[in-house]
Design a binder for this molecule. Structure first.
Ligand SMILES: *[C@@H]1O[C@H](CO)[C@@H](O)[C@H](O)[C@H]1NC(C)=O
Ligand SMILES: *[C@@H]1O[C@H](CO)[C@@H](O)[C@H](O)[C@H]1NC(C)=O
Ligand SMILES: *[C@@H]1O[C@H](CO)[C@@H](O)[C@H](O)[C@H]1NC(C)=O
Ligand SMILES: *[C@@H]1O[C@H](CO)[C@@H](O)[C@H](O)[C@H]1NC(C)=O
Ligand SMILES: *[C@@H]1O[C@H](CO)[C@@H](O)[C@H](O)[C@H]1NC(C)=O
Ligand SMILES: *[C@@H]1O[C@H](CO)[C@@H](O)[C@H](O)[C@H]1NC(C)=O
Length: 810
């Protein structure tokens, strides 16, 4: 056998020689061999080659290990030591102690592959360059891969690679530009997956979003209609599970490897294919490719059309926010509504805005399981919903996206989607009329033409109706399942041993807290991922199937402001839920702490209140299941690394059987101080009892004080209201200068509306959100809250029957 170690001086010659003699081993390096300058590994299909290459700038020449195409050696698709080049060509690549190591001539380590220390020891480790261009480290006799270059991409995306995110460890796969043509160190541009909302890819220029592909709509991204052209040649795949979301491309023709996507040094993505006849790389398309691709070009509620001059317009029913800036082609301010939406009554309707790239879905609500008809109904009923659209365009279409916040990044494109925009009826009628006026205005010279046009228009309308009539959508069960599985695949099951190992056998040191339904522990999985483990108290008498149904239901509730369930574990009578870990603990840890509450500025508190209310609104109304939380309190609001509030413990009440006497077990659902009078005294639960708890929480967040004893915080707020001094409720830690005072007063006012004695008087969560965010909305006078609760569960002698009416509501 050919020995690479001995071939330092005349590598190329040996290589060519060995090509004839020992071609079978050319793609592989084992632990007895080394690779030095001049020697290479070549994939079996002869397309990719791994070895040393150099790049020369004006002053120096640097050496790297990389992978390139044999047909065009200048195109390097992967670089190992981007940021730590060799100063000369005398590096040595080898397998050493289970990882790949690149040393310089003085045995200084230059680069090495990171390998998880817990991976089993390999008896015969090999490094192999696969036909796909993937360099893998594995045991010769085993299939599992310990390390692969596809997990550490450079500036090039190849078939079989992925862009995405591991939702458990937070690891992301993405491509990054080189600094310059001759400098492979990491440049400013990268192309990543955005997993908030419906997944989409984002081109970042440093900290700034340069371009977004638009949401994934089934076969492709909304903003890249060009993808449709390649559907017979390339298979675009988006996989979304509770563990991982990734995007990859497969070739319909398995032999096709001379295809690549590159994030180039000037911040442009180029899709390149090799032209075998001309022996050149051909650029098929590149993006961003027009001014409208620039993210949020026309601001909120603006639309962009690169064939128009000017390119920016406002959505129907909207006009420029700042006409002066707008006329000077500064469109970033966007547009504002001409007539506000009236939440109550039937005064709204929808206008379809056709052929668009859908607005940014970062904050949108997504439901893959309902029809567009149901989607429309939900959007009409939700005061906060501004627009809706179809989620998945395949096979007649299915699923629902609803937007409640600014509609951003809308572009007109050939073959785009339809966006249904909520407008006041009077505006709808007016936009309709305006169009007819224009038509008649143009056509008056020729009435004949007008008639012709109208006829054609009517026929088209009829045909279109036939093709995509909404009534057909509900019936196509197959499509439902398809999109359902796209979004909600099986929930991962953890074995008990894994959970025990992660939590040091539920040790007290790992205990994070104790709630009504069990104890929460911090855990660390073997890969290093941090998790929160909730061990449910054993007396849930539910059957296994029923339990799993409920857990799957909780797993399907996904919202930015809800804690995400990662998996569960069932073993004999053990029932364990595994959640994402929240590094900033819970809200009570901040707001009731003398020192830490100083960290919470008014803006942060405002964001926290807004986030909590969105989370609750989702539970009450926007998720399919209409869940009542029953135990909202500061300790159940967790905070992630960016202080985004996440409601936790939702839906858990459902895991326990309804008949169970919750008094007996000592697990009173609900916490003193947050319980509405009708719940505390009569055990009545409704969405309005959650609103009450939210009101208490709101007052606590503003004041930094607990509502203890006989509702003393509420009593204090009520006293201040009567004296007209609501501002005095604010925590001294809040700097209330600068127009903040009026906001604080409005928030306290809303808090008082939420804690009114009579449940019917309290606003719903969607109205609460409008009240909090709309400074012009006039608020009703709050009625007197209950200032002392005579009967509380703790003091009552007879057990309280809990009627859990709302929980079953579907
Ligand atoms: C290469 O040379 C530069 C400049 O002399 C030095 O800073 C760097 O450490 C050297 N790198 C290696 C791998 O020897
Ligand atoms: C690389 O250098 C380290 C010491 O820095 C040494 O232990 C290792 O054997 C070297 N590997 C090779 C392949 O030269
Ligand atoms: C994408 O994620 C799924 C689910 O985790 C996984 O099975 C698949 O291999 C991933 N795709 C690629 C190209 O790695
Ligand atoms: C990046 O791609 C664009 C579009 O094809 C091209 O005009 C530009 O020259 C490329 N930049 C580099 C550095 O190759
Ligand atoms: C563009 O308009 C926004 C407000 O709409 C303003 O804040 C910004 O300064 C303007 N930019 C320029 C370059 O004038
Ligand atoms: C989504 O919401 C966050 C927080 O309110 C906001 O910063 C962001 O701009 C929103 N994104 C879009 C696209 O509206």
């Amino acid at each position: 056998m050919w020995d690479r170690t001995s071939s330092k001086q005349c590598g190329t010659v040996v290589l060519l020689f060995s090509l004839l003699l020992a071609s079978a081993s050319l793609d592989t390096l084992d632990q007895t061999q080394t690779l030095t300058n001049g020697q290479t590994l070549v994939s079996l299909n002869g397309i990719f080659e791994l070895g040393f290459f150099d790049r020369t700038t004006s002053t120096t020449t640097k050496w790297y290990i990389g992978i390139w195409y044999t047909v065009s050696r200048e195109i390097v698709v992967w670089v190992a030591n981007h940021d730590n080049p060799l100063n000369d060509s005398s590096g040595v690549l080898a397998i050493s102690q289970g990882s790949i190591v690149l040393n310089d001539s003085l045995q200084n380590p230059i680069w090495s592959s990171s390998v998880n220390p817990s991976t089993p020891k390999m008896s015969d480790p090999i490094l192999k360059l696969l036909d796909s261009g993937n360099l893998v480290l594995k045991d010769r006799n085993r299939d599992d891969i310990l390390w692969q270059s596809f997990d550490h991409p450079s500036n090039t995306f190849l078939l079989g690679m992925k862009i995405g995110k591991d939702l458990i460890s937070g690891v992301e796969w993405y491509i990054t530009s080189w600094k310059s043509r001759n400098d492979p160190s990491k440049g400013n541009y990268c192309y990543k997956m955005d997993t908030l909302g419906q997944p989409e890819l984002v081109l970042w220029d440093g900290e700034r979003i340069k371009f977004k592909t638009g949401a994934w709509i089934g076969p492709r991204f909304s903003g890249l209609p060009e993808m449709a052209t390649y559907e017979n040649m390339l298979n675009f795949k988006l996989v979304s599970t509770t563990k991982e979301i990734n995007y990859s491309i497969e070739a319909a023709d398995k032999g096709m490897h001379l295809f690549r996507l590159i994030m180039n040094e000037t911040g442009v993505l180029q899709r390149m294919m090799w032209d075998q006849e001309k022996k050149i790389w051909h650029e098929y398309w590149s993006w961003p490719n027009d001014m409208c691709d620039s993210y949020a070009k026309c601001g909120p509620f603006g639309t962009c059309n690169s064939n128009d001059a000017p390119i920016c317009k406002c959505l129907p029913g909207f006009s420029p926010k700042s006409p002066k800036e707008w006329s000077m082609r500064n469109n970033s301010g966007g547009c504002k509504r001409e007539k506000p939406l009236n939440c109550q009554g039937n005064s709204i309707g929808f206008k379809s805005v056709k052929n668009v790239k859908l607005p940014d879905t970062e904050n949108a609500t997504i439901d893959a399981t309902i029809s567009i008809k149901e989607c429309k109904k939900r959007c009409s009923m939700n005061c906060y919903c501004l627009a809706y659209s179809l989620l998945d365009i395949r096979g007649g279409g299915s699923g629902c996206i609803m937007w409640e916040y600014d509609l951003i990044d809308i572009k007109y494109i050939e073959g785009g989607q339809d966006l249904y925009l909520k407008l006041d009826k009077s505006i709808l009628d007016a936009t309709g009329k305006r169009k007819i006026h224009v038509l008649i205005g143009i056509m008056v010279p020729s009435t004949v033409m007008l008639l012709l046009l109208l006829t054609v228009h009517c026929i088209r309308q009829r045909q279109r109706k036939k093709k995509t009539g909404y009534a057909d959508l509900g019936q196509d069960k197959r499509n439902y399942n398809k999109s359902d599985s796209l979004h909600y695949t099986e929930l991962p099951m953890f074995d008990l041993e894994t959970v025990i190992a992660a939590t040091a056998n539920f040790s007290d040191a790992n205990k994070l807290g104790q709630g009504g339904f069990g104890i929460v522990y911090k855990g660390v999985l073997s890969g290093g991922e941090e998790i929160a483990v909730k061990r449910l108290s054993k007396d849930s008498s539910q059957g296994l199937n029923e339990f799993m149904n409920e857990v799957m239901l909780i797993a399907k509730l996904q919202h930015r402001n809800l804690v995400r369930l990662l998996g569960c574990c069932i073993h004999d009578s053990e029932r364990i839920l595994i959640y994402e870990f929240m590094p900033n603990k819970s809200l009570d840890f901040f707001i009731f702490d003398k020192v830490r509450r100083e960290l919470l500025s008014w803006t942060m508190r405002l964001e926290i209140v807004a986030g909590i209310s969105r989370g609750i609104l989702y539970l009450h109304q926007d998720s399919r299941f209409n869940i009542i939380h029953r135990d909202l309190k500061a300790a159940n609001i967790l905070l992630d690394g960016e202080m985004t509030p996440k409601v936790s413990d939702f839906g858990i009440a459902r895991l326990f059987k309804r008949e169970q006497n919750e008094m007996d077990t000592g697990r009173v659902v609900g916490t003193r101080g947050y319980m509405s009078p009708e719940y505390a005294m009569e055990g009545k639960i409704s969405v309005k009892s959650d609103v009450y708890s939210f009101g208490v929480l709101l007052l606590e967040i503003i004041s930094g004080k607990r509502n203890q004893g006989n509702h003393n915080l509420i009593a204090f707020a009520w006293k201040l209201w009567q004296e007209g001094k609501l501002i005095q409720l604010a925590d001294e830690a809040i700097d209330n200068t600068d127009g903040v005072a009026s906001e604080i007063v409005r928030f306290v006012h809303v808090g008082l509306l939420c804690v009114q004695e009579c449940a019917d008087d309290r606003p719903t969560m969607s109205i609460v959100l409008s009240m909090l965010s709309n400074e012009c909305m006039s608020l009703p006078e709050p009625k007197k809250p209950v200032l002392s609760t005579k009967v509380t569960p703790e003091s009552s002698s007879s057990p309280i029957e809990l009627t859990v009416t709302g929980i079953e509501g579907r």
